[in-house]
Design a protein around this ligand. Structure first.
Ligand code: ATP
Ligand code: MG
Length: 730
């Protein structure tokens, strides 16, 4: 019997999963075994073979990029468009639900999304206005607390407040929520919680969606949290005797659960098996992504974890080359080694975009970025430092947000005095205070104060001008295209002129980014799902929800930089895993807790299994973090890789450390020579008459002032003035 074309390029297990008629299914399998591929083919199968309407499908993935890719792949398989299919991230879908039912959930029609940065600012203001000591109650911690509670489905009034800490945080939570509600702002966690409350409490809405979405498919299920799990339950109708339950397919890998720290519960997989009837479980065991060596190494590392659901992963591909391991002296050396390898890769005719540099924390990217800039290698940061997160872009968005919604306090605070227009902190404090006392938003209280005598004449005029500016911006741009609207806002507000008058490369980039924003608006294509929004509101939602997917240079061939977390689900022919040191990866905080250490190991597994052909692991013996020089041991994870999977790259010896003034800049030839003048090389073994033997680690300054850093075997690291140190080589 001829195989159906949709099943042709799948192995037997995959075919079974794609064509299964069971109501509930779990595909549990390791990295690169084709889980996502199965999901895509299953959607196509349902549409084509089972005549399911795209309208009846709800598919959830982890990133916007993954969602767009999934839609594209389904369309490719079918040869037709499937626009009415709901496919997106939990947050994106929640946003869509809230928009459709804004009245039912008590939100204004033009409610805005509060990103995490603005959320923190708002919480900080709340803490101040409650007269709490910021040192004792750090805004970041309160933010974490509030989000964690929301992720568990808890409102402030659900908390007991049994001790002073919880009582205070509860109070902050409540005041923060009141302030969001007044301003029509919704944070990320709130999107999920409110959508879940809507589904739970509104029978009509619930039944509508339960009838509509006959098929629910979820990728990366291991990283769902409590509220997301509850969501799936509500949509599927499981446990609700009044409805016929829907079809639910979940795919995941317990070994890739890496968001426990953010409330994700890998136990949800077990919970699913308990809550849903007759679940068909399919395990995929063949890996199609990586070489035999990479797979063996990753499998051996993850085998050190306990409590695994357990799975065997094999490949019939070739062994490939060993994993390259590079021990760098410091982070500069590490970055330079990586750029060298990428240049080589590129010269061999490979695309830059086929290589990725992964790191544990966002802060690590700066040095890597600088090395890439220096080597003139285009790169793209994926997630983290997003285009829409850049200061100037957020300023511009602040104006747009206010034009769309005057009640948006976060936006108002951001732009009321940017560029400076004579509205000082004192005036802003007065407005804030009045808003609090009168239980209104800052916009309304500013309007009120303009008619009062509380403010000085000058401040009053300045505030009045600002309010008029925003009103005027909205008026005159009402019929403009989105691009022209934005262009007018950045010009008339004085924002563009402010950045144009600043000097230096950074300011130039900022001006470019502002222009790029106008570009982005011009090219912004609303999704069909956004038809109920004005173009401006659709764009603002897009800006808040996107995570780097729409960066300016999207089409340019560029190296991909991202955190290990955001690499989940992706694959690249060449992967660099950097900063693989104790204290970095596993991170310092995770080393004291067994559970968290295992999560770090899963993250390591995720990182390694992103590589298709080549994996390069690097670590630095010395690293400067937040202004401190730290010495790290090589990560235990490297020790867990079978030695015959590894190839140790010989140390390179020509690296210079910057002086403090130009920290982070890569030296050009001149200072390089200066370093060589000292007669020592990094990595060289030397002897000091008093301190004994050690290794040259670092160097700074030139001429008689030059200093050298030695890591002495017995005493640890010391800085010495070269001219007096009288070192002997050994
Ligand atoms: P992860 O756990 O990392 O998300 P995954 O299980 O979702 O991985 P996919 O991304 O679906 O795996 O597949 C990994 C790679 O293997 C992809 O390039 C995919 O196209 C390829 N692949 C999967 N199944 C097959 C198959 N039967 N034949 C050929 N290639 C396959
Ligand atoms: Mg996948």
């Amino acid at each position: 019997m001829a195989t159906h074309p949709l099943l042709a390029q799948l192995n037997e297990k995959q075919q079974q999963a794609v064509a299964a008629s069971e109501r509930n299914m779990l595909v549990l399998a390791g990295a690169g075994s084709g889980k996502t591929r199965v999901l895509v083919h299953r959607i196509a199968w349902l549409l084509q073979q089972q005549q399911v309407s795209p309208y009846s499908i709800l598919a959830v993935t982890f990133t916007n990029k993954a969602a767009a890719e999934m839609r594209g792949r389904v369309e490719e398989l079918l040869g037709s468009s499937v626009r009415s299919m709901w496919i997106g991230t939990f947050h994106g879908l929640a946003h869509r639900l809230l928009r459709a039912h804004y009245m039912d959930v008590g939100l204004p029609q033009n409610f805005q999304i509060l990103d995490s940065d603005d959320q923190q600012r708002l919480i900080k203001r709340i803490i101040r206005s409650l007269n709490l000591d910021e040192k004792r109650w750090p805004p970041k911690q309160a933010q974490w607390f509030i989000n964690a509670k929301k992720d568990e489905g808890l409102r402030a009034h659900h908390l007991d407040g049994y001790d002073i800490t919880e009582r205070t945080l509860k109070e902050v939570y409540q005041a923060y929520q009141d302030s969001c509600d007044r301003a029509g702002l919704v944070d990320f966690a709130e999107l999920l919680l409110r959508a879940q409350e809507l589904m739970r409490t509104n029978k009509t809405v619930r039944e509508h969606y339960q009838r509509r979405f006959r098929h629910i498919l979820v990728d990366e299920f291991q990283d769902t949290n409590a509220i997301q799990y509850a969501w799936i339950q509500l949509f599927s109708g499981v446990g609700d005797p009044s409805v016929e339950p829907n079809y639910v397919t979940i795919v995941g890998d317990d070994d890739q659960s890496i968001y426990g720290w953010r409330g994700a519960k890998v136990e949800n997989i077990q919970q699913f098996l308990d809550d849903y009837d007759n679940v068909l479980t399919i395990r995929l065991e063949q890996n199609y992504r990586s070489t035999g060596t990479i797979l063996e190494a990753a499998n051996t590392v993850i085998a050190n974890n306990s409590d695994r659901l357990g799975k065997d992963l094999w490949t019939d591909g070739n062994a490939g080359e060993p994993i390259h391991l590079y021990a760098a002296f410091n982070e500069m050396d590490e970055a330079r080694y990586i750029t060298g390898r990428i240049e080589e890769w590129h010269q061999q005719g490979n695309a830059l975009s086929d290589s990725a540099i992964l790191y544990r924390s966002n802060a690590q990217s700066r040095v890597l970025e600088e090395a890439l800039l220096h080597a003139r290698i285009p790169y793209r940061i994926y997630g983290g430092l997003r285009f829409f997160d850049r200061q100037e872009v957020k300023d511009a968005l602040g104006y747009l947000r206010l034009m769309a919604n005057r009640q948006d306090d976060a936006a108002l605070e951001r732009v009321i005095n940017t560029p400076t227009r004579g509205i000082g902190n004192r005036t802003i404090d007065i407005i804030r205070q009045a808003a609090r006392e009168r239980s209104t938003t800052m916009w309304d209280s500013a309007r009120y104060l303009v008619g009062e005598k509380t403010l000085s004449g000058r401040a009053r005029n300045a505030v009045n001008d600002f309010l008029n500016l925003i009103d005027e911006l909205e008026d005159i741009t009402a019929d403009f295209s989105l691009g022209r609207q934005t262009d007018t806002a950045i010009k008339k507000s004085g924002l563009l002129a402010m950045y144009e008058s600043e000097k230096g490369e950074k300011a130039e980039t900022r001006v470019e980014n502002l222009k790029e924003l106008v570009n982005a608006c011009d090219h912004f294509r609303e999704l069909e799902s956004d038809e109920d929004l004005t173009p401006l509101n659709a764009f603002l939602a897009h800006a808040a929800l996107e995570s780097g997917d729409e960066q300016a240079d999207e089409h340019q061939d560029a190296v991909q930089l991202m955190t290990l977390h955001s690499a989940k689900g992706l694959e690249f022919p060449l992967v660099f895993m950097t900063g693989v040191e104790e204290g970095m990866f596993p991170s310092q905080q995770s080393m004291d807790e067994a559970g968290r250490l295992e999560e770090e190991r899963r993250l390591c597994y995720v990182g390694m299994t992103r590589a298709m052909q080549k994996l390069v692991i690097t670590y630095a013996e010395q690293r400067r973090i937040y202004g401190q020089e730290l010495f790290h041991k090589v990560s235990r994870f490297i020790g867990e890789i079978p030695p015959d999977c590894l190839h140790h790259v010989r140390m390179q010896t020509q690296v210079e450390r910057r002086t403090d003034q130009d920290f982070g800049r890569f030296h050009t030839g001149a200072s390089h020579e200066a370093f060589e003048q000292t007669g020592y090389q990094l990595g060289q073994r030397v002897r000091h008459s008093k301190f004994g033997e050690g290794t040259v680690l670092n160097y700074e300054g030139t001429g008689p002032q030059s200093r050298i850093q030695i890591n002495f075997d017995d005493l640890g690291s010391k800085w010495l003035v070269v001219a007096y140190a009288r070192l002997e080589s050994c």
